[in-house]
Design a protein around this ligand. Sequence first.
Ligand code: DC
Length: 224
Amino acid sequence: MADTFVSVAIDGPVGAGKSSIARNAAKKLGYIYVDTGALYRAIGLYCHRNGIDMKDADAVIAALPSARPEIRLIDGVQHIYLNAEDVSEEIRLPEISMAASAVSAIPAVRTALLELQRDMARANNVIMDGRDIGTVVLPDATVKIFLTAKAEIRAKRRFDELCAKGVQTTFEEVLSDLNTRDYNDSHRETAPLKQAEDAVLADTSELDFEQSCQLICDIIRERV
Ligand code: DC
């Protein structure tokens, strides 16, 4: 891996604010923000659209050659394409979150997406968020951060976000989905969600958005 580029790995559970905080920090620092969850979501969307049972690993693996996700940077902003269609909005639906979590447990899916993610870090200064960035995708990342907050606080933030987008849901449903996904993501055999040994722990339970961004920027600046 080229060491001329800076890479910041941000991992953590659902709704820890990884994407909004990482996007904000990337803007301040002039790095490219890469949201790796979008790739798993694109595969989940493909399966969902085509009626493929996400629990049937063989069926998902058979579909992989036909589901080509791609990250494109448009004016420095990540868009996710599935077979040349921009699906950046559609992948955010709650049913696709669950689909992404299910397909992400299949090792062949993870392998298929690995080099796409590494290519981004080979060519850019990146802040990359996900579940296994510091442990598997970029084990030599310049800075590793494990971003978390209490489950109820993460669920409340996610609930507010979905409400603002007009998605019909309840707090209880969001909390239950979040706990299920966290459980799946941290108990799968391949590349489970866990804090890398050399990652800095950042808990934003008591912080607002601006304070969280400040904390993350400080952690990065101290180490780059
Ligand atoms: O970050 P997110 O909620 O958009 O991610 C969707 C799902 O994708 C998440 O439940 C687990 C999976 N994922 C993963 O396994 N590894 C990553 N690096 C990113 C996401």
